[in-house]
Design a protein around this ligand. Structure first.
Ligand SMILES: NC(=O)c1ccc[n+]([C@@H]2O[C@H](COP(=O)([O-])OP(=O)(O)OC[C@H]3O[C@@H](n4cnc5c(N)ncnc54)[C@H](OP(=O)(O)O)[C@@H]3O)[C@@H](O)[C@H]2O)c1
Length: 300
């Protein structure tokens, strides 16, 4: 997967990849990417799945939306065993059935399964639902109620050695928890920390983002549009910048989230038209004046 990811994505230099079949020279033709610490390059905007496969829309429509996102370069897919009790993973399994090699696949284990056998069983069940033999990234979903973090790290490393996962990381970890992880043997092999991050929720800028930058670890930004209902998109400043750029408010909000080159945003949508808007963020760069206006509208 790593070689394929590099071949497909690492065409445009630091943080920029050629995509969408457009010429590489023009800014509008390059797609943003993020390098993981092992050198693997992934798109800066991927696709979430927390509410997919749960009959909010017809399944075929949601599958079409995700499939469109893959074709437009949002080839990182985020899921978790708990999303719809496994239904999101099943939906993804149908979408990637004949496209597994295009996808950087992320899933998560729930803390109540965070023991050696619990993680092994949860990982096997996720792989079965997803119809694949490996995950590209496996995350511990929350730190709370995890009795033995060292056992989690050891088990993740065993899964990595066995080929069921390519790398592992954490989610919803604060700085104290990251420090605790770093004190565990092998803890520094953690690939990412998935945290909430959007214009409307900039809390991680205080300590978590600087800590991860210092440790050369990209973060994954969840709820990058403000979560269910995508409230950020109704802000008049976001809307004004969007119309001056000829893009959607969603593209502006996502381009803002990934502006540093160290953040992977994972918006979720079950709508083809919304997915198209989100994918446009891969090729949108905001200017300093636009960033200043957004800072004023959404103070850090
Ligand atoms: N690690 C964790 O603890 C954690 C927690 C929460 C979420 N996550 C992950 O992060 C993903 C994204 O987070 P999220 O779902 O909370 O929030 P989000 O991506 O910020 O927002 C999703 C909402 O935005 C709407 N939307 C998406 N694109 C849009 C567009 N272009 N225009 C208008 N509305 C749009 C979606 O509805 P439509 O379907 O109608 O487009 C949905 O209601 C999740 O799916 C999950 O994979 C992880």
């Amino acid at each position: 997967m790593q070689a394929i990811t590099r071949r497909r994505l690492a065409l445009g230099g630091i943080g920029l990849i050629s995509a969408l079949g457009l010429p590489r020279r023009a800014t509008s033709a390059t797609a943003r990417s993020v390098s993981l610490s092992d050198g693997t390059v992934v798109p800066a905007v991927g696709q979430g799945s927390a509410r997919l496969g749960q009959e909010r829309r017809p399944a075929a429509e949601e599958e079409q939306a995700m499939s469109t996102g893959l074709s437009l370069g949002m080839t990182l897919i985020d899921t978790a065993e708990v999303y719809g009790g496994g239904k999101a993973e099943q939906l993804i399994g149908r979408v990637i059935k004949n496209r597994r090699d295009e996808v950087f696949l992320v899933s998560k284990v729930w803390p109540s399964h965070a023991t050696r056998t619990g993680i092994q069983d949860a990982c096997s069940a996720s792989l079965t639902r997803l119809g694949t033999d490996h995950l590209d990234l496996y995350l511990l979903h929350w730190p709370d109620r995890v009795k033995d973090l060292a056992e989690v790290v050891e088990t993740f490393e065993q899964l990595r050695a066995g080929g069921q996962i390519r790398r592992w990381g954490v989610s919803n970890f604060g700085v104290a928890e990251m420090e605790r992880l770093w004190r565990i043997p092998g803890g520094e092999l953690c690939a990412t920390n998935q945290v909430p991050y959007s214009l409307a929720d900039r809390k991680v800028e205080r300590a978590v983002l600087p800590w991860c930058a210092q440790h050369r670890m990209p973060i994954m930004a969840y709820s990058p549009l403000g979560g269910e209902g995508a409230g950020v998109l109704r802000n008049p400043v976001v809307q004004r910048i969007a119309s001056s750029q000829g893009r959607s408010p969603a593209a502006v909000a996502l381009a803002w989230a990934v502006r540093s080159g160290r953040v992977i945003a994972i918006p979720e949508s079950g709508s083809v038209s919304h997915v198209r808007e989100n994918a446009a963020a891969l090729t949108l760069t905001l200017g300093s004046d636009e960033l200043r206006q957004l800072d004023e509208a959404f103070p850090a």
